[in-house]
Design a protein around this ligand. Structure first.
Ligand code: ZN
Length: 310
């Protein structure tokens, strides 16, 4: 009988004596009793929700001790907006929009809720608490296993079951998340042998505040050998090519030794046909730094400019 729900016209509310039906159950604080037909009494232990099928969920179902049947109250169904239609040999519960919620089958002198019809067997969509520590680790945003076990042993999270501590658990997404990129070892000695052999360059900006002459961007060029720096102010970053071209041509005249290469990041102001043609014509090598690895030679010069720009 505990798996059967009877449609009842006499009872004032839905009720059952079986805890397993409830998807949620709250204890009642007041002492409340249900009087049975044989004048016996059953104590109301709690009130909760029961999902009979995908379409029929009962709210405010009383959890009553010693009750012999699971009862669906017709008056409560009507109060919740359902319609109950009786025809010869068939009875149906419809929703307000005339959609079928469930059928009722004759059972002796009464009707029982048909839980095996097209709606499939009764399902409860609320999962029972699982003690799988991996599931809780993922559910709580990859919380550390130690902390998880501590929280569960102290009962600090409502609904968290008791979890057993296991040793040497390694979560691969966590592992990857904690990996850091290895940095290049800094090169302390100068690798070039004469001034203007290799030029490092980068742009900074746009700054929050324009300069007096209305310039928002800065081009920084550093000589690898002497660490001599040039700073040019630009309205737009694409002016960088003009400054670099003029500077390289001037340095070639000033120095007797040949300029070998320029080095920049992969920014659009450097990686374009102007630079490509210019370097090819002069026999210069254009070196590009790897993405996400700032050029350490430039970093010392550019970092303070970035700070000032902010
Ligand atoms: Zn994890």
């Amino acid at each position: 009988m505990e798996d059967m729900w009877i449609m009842d016209f006499g009872c004032s509310k839905h009720m059952t004596a079986h805890r397993k039906w409830f998807s949620s159950l709250n204890p009642v604080s007041t002492k409340e009793y249900i009087t049975f037909e044989d004048n016996g009494q059953g104590k109301v232990l709690g009130v909760g929700s029961v999902s009979l099928s995908a379409k029929l969920s009962l709210r405010e179902v009383a959890f009553v001790r010693n009750l012999g049947f699971n009862l669906v109250s017709v008056s409560q169904l009507l109060g919740e907006g359902f319609e109950v239609h009786f025809k010869k040999g068939a009875c149906r519960v419809l929703h307000a929009e005339e959609t079928l919620v469930c059928s009722l089958l004759p059972f002796g002198q009464v009707f029982r809720v048909d839980l095996t019809s097209v709606f499939g067997p009764a399902r409860c969509l609320v999962a029972s608490p699982s003690a799988d520590i991996w599931m809780w680790h993922r559910r709580l945003g990859h919380l550390s296993f130690d902390l998880l076990v501590r929280l569960s042993s102290m009962g600090l999270i409502r609904g968290l079951p008791k979890l057993r501590a296991e040793k040497d658990l390694v979560c691969h997404p966590c592992h990857h998340g904690k990996m850091v990129a290895a940095s290049y070892t800094p090169v302390s000695q100068v690798m070039t042998s004469y001034p203007s052999e290799l030029l490092h360059m980068d742009t900074v900006g746009p700054a929050r505040v324009a300069s007096v002459s209305g310039k928002w961007n800065v081009l920084v060029v550093v000589d690898d050998f002497s660490r001599f720096s040039w700073v040019f102010f630009m309205e737009f970053k694409d002016e960088a090519f003009g400054f670099v071209r003029d500077m390289v041509l001037r340095l070639r005249n000033e120095n007797h030794k040949a300029m070998r290469a320029i080095r920049s990041d992969n920014g659009g102001e450097f990686k374009n046909s102007h630079f490509e043609n210019f370097c090819r014509d002069l026999g210069l090598e254009h070196q590009f730094s790897s993405p996400y690895t700032p050029d350490s030679k430039l970093k010392q010069r550019v970092a303070p400019l970035r700070m000032q720009g902010r």
